[in-house]
Design a protein around this ligand. Structure first.
Ligand SMILES: NC(=O)C1=CN([C@@H]2O[C@H](COP(=O)(O)OP(=O)(O)OC[C@H]3O[C@@H](n4cnc5c(N)ncnc54)[C@H](OP(=O)(O)O)[C@@H]3O)[C@@H](O)[C@H]2O)C=CC1
Ligand SMILES: CC(=O)N[C@@H](CCC(=O)OP(=O)(O)O)C(=O)O
Length: 334
């Protein structure tokens, strides 16, 4: 059994982690933590998230010092804001824990990226150098060796899973940047109250055009520039992306289908659609990314759907855990 701590357990990603890890046969949840000042400290996780009543009735502990857990836990999940993860991860890593960070704090190995897009100065270049980007279907061998796994962002997971097979097979005309139109449910913004995400304010609306931090995350890891157009949708969870690209002359529908098949025929958490197109309702509450496409002439439109809190965050983190420790990749997930 591996002993684990979930930091940020009361949040939307944290509660999904607790659900998966509670039913994982090789994991023991040692503790669930929130911030030292949290108004929820001392409450049961199931008081805040009643779907876990009788399932995970553990208390939320205020985290004042990471050292309180050293020697007691083998694995730490950080489901915390970027700067909180940035500060906490090195503490647990120094103590020898394997850390799965769901934030953006270690996803891109470029200090300037953090100043520009995250608004803080990164202090841990040595951990940026060691962190492995946890895009599970593509990083299997590196995840197996890693002590720090930077789980990808929600939008970047769907975008990269759809685009990477075509880029690797060299099917795209690089003169036209892929255009990623993406819509996310409101849970993407986390559980904390904010006026923009309150019920009467939310509408279907684009935001952060040319300025969202996931554009450079996607471009960096794909190795090609992209246009990324995020939209907030007036529904709780799920991400749907339609991605328009230009194919190289002579590339056919069959070539696209073959590239996707070659990438994912043995990957159970990516499901390919042959004729129809994915919809959010088929992935909500499930750890899959569903991918379909349409081709006309030299254009392809890829469609990817996932649950932002699962394949876009917590189930991918548990998938990375399974890879890291040599468990079956879908253990506790399906
Ligand atoms: N929501 C999503 O769709 C996705 C989120 N992510 C990333 O995952 C992380 C968590 O996101 P999400 O679950 O949405 O966020 P939430 O805001 O829902 O939850 C944040 C959690 O962190 C806790 N917390 C805040 N400050 C501290 C601290 N200093 N020490 C310990 N715990 C703290 C909060 O509790 P309290 O404030 O009471 O202490 C809460 O439990 C973020 O980095 C996010 O970017 C990644 C992919 C998708
Ligand atoms: C709807 C919404 O607000 N979504 C969030 C994405 C959250 C996420 O998964 O990304 P990180 O882990 O990189 O924060 C946003 O656009 O900032």
């Amino acid at each position: 059994m591996l002993n684990t701590l979930i930091v940020g357990a009361s949040g939307y990603a944290g509660v999904e982690l607790a659900t998966y890890l509670n039913r994982h046969p090789h994991m023991n949840i040692t503790a669930l933590a929130v911030s030292a000042q949290s108004p929820d400290a001392g409450k049961l996780l199931s008081d805040l998230h009643p779907q876990l009543k009788g399932v995970v009735d553990l208390p939320l502990q205020p985290l004042s010092d990471a050292a309180d857990y050293t020697g007691k836990v083998d694995v730490v999940f950080l489901a915390t804001a970027h700067q909180v993860s940035h500060d906490l991860a090195p503490e647990f890593l120094k103590a020898g824990c394997v850390v799965f960070d769901l934030s953006g704090a270690f996803r891109v190995n470029d200090e300037n990226f953090y100043t520009q897009y995250y608004g803080f100065t990164h202090q841990h270049q040595q951990w940026l150098d060691k962190a492995v980007y946890g895009l599970a279907e593509w990083q299997h061998d590196r995840i197996k060796e890693a002590q720090l796994i930077a789980v990808p962002g929600c939008y970047p997971t769907a975008a990269q899973l759809a685009l990477k097979p075509l880029i690797e097979a060299d099917l795209l005309n690089r003169d036209q940047w892929p255009v990623i139109n993406a819509t996310s449910g409101v849970s993407g913004a986390g559980r904390k109250a904010s006026i923009n995400n309150s019920f009467c304010e939310v509408s279907l609306q684009p935001y952060n055009l040319f300025a969202h931090r996931h554009q450079p995350e996607i471009a960096e890891h794909l190795g090609v520039p992209v246009i990324f157009n995020p939209h907030l949708g007036n529904f709780p969870r799920g991400i749907l992306e339609t991605i328009t690209c230009r194919l190289k002359a002579g590339v056919s529908r069959e070539d696209v289908a073959e590239a996707l098949h070659n990438a994912y025929h043995d990957k159970p958490l990516v499901r390919l659609y042959d004729q129809s197109l994915p919809a959010l309702k088929s992935v909500i509450g499930l750890p899959f990314c569903d991918i379909g496409f349409a081709v006309q002439g030299e254009h392809v439109i890829l469609v990817a759907a996932e649950d932002n809190l699962l394949k876009g965050a917590s189930s991918q983190a548990v998938q990375c855990l399974n890879i890291r420790f040599g468990f079956p990749e879908t253990l506790s997930l399906i």
